[in-house]
Design a protein around this ligand. Structure first.
Ligand code: TXA
Ligand code: MG
Length: 327
C-alpha cells in the first residue's frame, strides 16, 4: 500500500490512481464527508474487491460516485424532475440519491436489489478522480465493515492496510460524517441516513420528508448502512450521558466528552470539551473517537447532544456507536 499526497486536481497522482482503478484495483480517496474506498463501478470483479477488503456483507450495496447529474442519468431507469431539482441544488455535495437502477449497474453494486445509490462529491480530488476514470466510481467508506469511518488518510491506512493498493491523501475531510441518503425509489421521499444536508433543506424542494428510524439485521438486504443497530463504532465502550452529569469516580481509563461546558470531574478522569456547535462536532467526531481508541481509553462518556434537527446526524451516529450488541 502506498500513500500519495494530492494537493490539486491537476496532481499527476490522480492519473496514476485512475490507471489503477481502470485495471480493476482499489484506490482510497478523500471526499468532503469521509474517505472512500473506490473501484471501477461498472466492473463487477473490481467491486468484489471492495467487499473483500472491507469484510462487507454481500447484502450491503455501495454508492456510485459520478461527476455530474448528466453522468447519473444513464445509471437509473427513470431520472425524475425531483432528482433533477435536488441535483441542481445539492450536487456536487453530500447528498446521495437512491433511484431505480438501469441495466448498466452491475448486480454486485446494488447487492442484488432494484435500486442504485448515486452521489456527486464536492471534493476536488474526488471529482478529478471520477473524471480521470471516465466511469462511475463505486465507493463505500474506506474502513473495515462496522468500524469507524475514516476522516484522514492515516485512518484508512490503519483500518485497511495492505487491502488497499493506493491512498490519495487530501488531508482531513471537512463535513466529517457520511452523506445524507435520500430514497426516491418509493412512494414518497425518505431519508435513510441523516447527514450533512438536513431534512429542512431537502424539504425546501420536496415538501415534508420522512426520516426513517428503523434497523434491520445483517442477513437482509439493507436499505442503508446505518440500519445495522451497531455501526460507526469505536473499540472503547461509548456511553451517552445527560449534559452536565459528569462521573463520580474513575474506573479504568475513562474520558468524559462535554459539549459547551466541562463539569467538575474527579481526579483520573480526562475531560475533553467540544463546542455546542453541530457542524464542529460532526467534523471532529470520528477523528476524536479514533484518537481516543489509539490512546487506549476503555470507556468514553459523552454528553447527549440537543434533540434539535441540526444535531440529527450526530445523534444518529452516536446512538449507533453506543449500541453494545453486535448484530
Ligand atoms: O459520504 C458518503 O456517503 C461516503 C463517501 C465515501 O461518499 N460513503 C459511504 O458509503 O458512506 P457506505 O457504503 O459506507 O455507506 C453508504 C450506504 C451503504 O452502506 C448502503 O447501505 C447504502 O448507502 N446504499 C447503497 N446503495 C443503496 C441502495 N441502492 N439503496 C439503499 N441504500 C443504499
Ligand atoms: Mg460506511
Amino acid at each position: 500500500m502506498r500513500i500519495l499526497p494530492v494537493s490539486s486536481p491537476e496532481d499527476p497522482a490522480i492519473a496514476e490512481a485512475a490507471a489503477i482503478l481502470a485495471a480493476g484495483h482499489l484506490v482510497a480517496f478523500p471526499t468532503e464527508t469521509v474517505y472512500g474506498l473506490g473501484a471501477d463501478g461498472l466492473n463487477p470483479e473490481a467491486v468484489a474487491r471492495i467487499y473483500a477488503a472491507k469484510g462487507r456483507p454481500a447484502t450491503n450495496p455501495v454508492i456510485l460516485h459520478v461527476a455530474d447529474a448528466a453522468s447519473a442519468q444513464p445509471l437509473v431507469s427513470h431520472w425524475t424532475p425531483q432528482a433533477q431539482a435536488l441535483a441542481e441544488r445539492f450536487w456536487p455535495g453530500p447528498l446521495t440519491l437512491v433511484l431505480p437502477a438501469s441495466a448498466l449497474v452491475p448486480a454486485i453494486v446494488r447487492a442484488g436489489g432494484p435500486s442504485v445509490a448515486l452521489r456527486c462529491p464536492s471534493h476536488p480530488v474526488a471529482l478529478a478522480l471520477i473524471r480521470a476514470l471516465g466511469r462511475p466510481l463505486a465507493a463505500p467508506s474506506a474502513n473495515r465493515s462496522q468500524h469507524l469511518s475514516p476522516t484522514t488518510a492515516e485512518h484508512v491506512a490503519s483500518s485497511l492496510g495492505e487491502a488497499v493498493d493506493l491512498i490519495l491523501d487530501g488531508g482531513p475531510t471537512t463535513a466529517g460524517l457520511e452523506s445524507t441518503i435520500l430514497d426516491l425509489s418509493g412512494q414518497s421521499p425518505r431519508i435513510l441516513r441523516p447527514g450533512p444536508i438536513p431534512p429542512a433543506e431537502l424539504g425546501e424542494i420536496l415538501g415534508p420528508v420522512e426520516v426513517w428510524a428503523g434497523s434491520v439485521g445483517t442477513d437482509e438486504t439493507q436499505a442503508a448502512p446505518g440500519m445495522l443497530a451497531r455501526h460507526y463504532a469505536p473499540k472503547a465502550r461509548l456511553e451517552l450521558v445527560a449534559p452536565g452529569t459528569g462521573v463520580r469516580k474513575a474506573h479504568g481509563r475513562m474520558v468524559y466528552v462535554a459539549l459547551g461546558a466541562l463539569p467538575r470531574l474527579p481526579d483520573g478522569v480526562f475531560g475533553l470539551l467540544l463546542p455546542l456547535e453541530a457542524e464542529v462536532v460532526a467534523m471532529r467526531l470520528y477523528a476524536l473517537l479514533h484518537e481516543l481508541d489509539d490512546a487506549g481509553y476503555e470507556v468514553i462518556f459523552m454528553e447527549q447532544p440537543p434533540e434539535t434537527e441540526a444535531w440529527l446526524a450526530v445523534r444518529d451516529r452516536l446512538r449507533r456507536a453506543s449500541t453494545q450488541e453486535h448484530p
